[in-house]
Design a binder for this molecule. Sequence first.
Ligand SMILES: [Mg+2]
Length: 122
Amino acid sequence: MKNPKILIVDDNPLNLELACDVLELEGFHVTLVDSGEESIIVSQQNPPDLILMDLRMPGMSGIDALHGIRKHAITQDIPVVVLTASVMAGEKDRLLAEGFDGFMQKPISPATFAAEVSAFLR
Ligand SMILES: [Mg+2]
């Protein structure tokens, strides 16, 4: 896929500047939003090829945002991958059961991040 569009959802986007830079260097088009509510609206207006979703955010959680994205025909098939700092044992399976397409851990590894993200593109 050429120049894939990635939507990154995180309540602390400053933490994701490196992730953005790495993806943009590889030719990805990156959009950052800082809430689950906004991720639902933005993904309908301009559907991305992939969404990277934080879990713990004030207001709507990443899981609720995922469910909102899955509810709409335009966005229901977009891969949504968790990007979070830490998960408890067993939580990963629960997240995949909720409907996430995959799981990535912060902090990212700059050398491999773009390839890891690409693996989730359809
Ligand atoms: Mg957060």
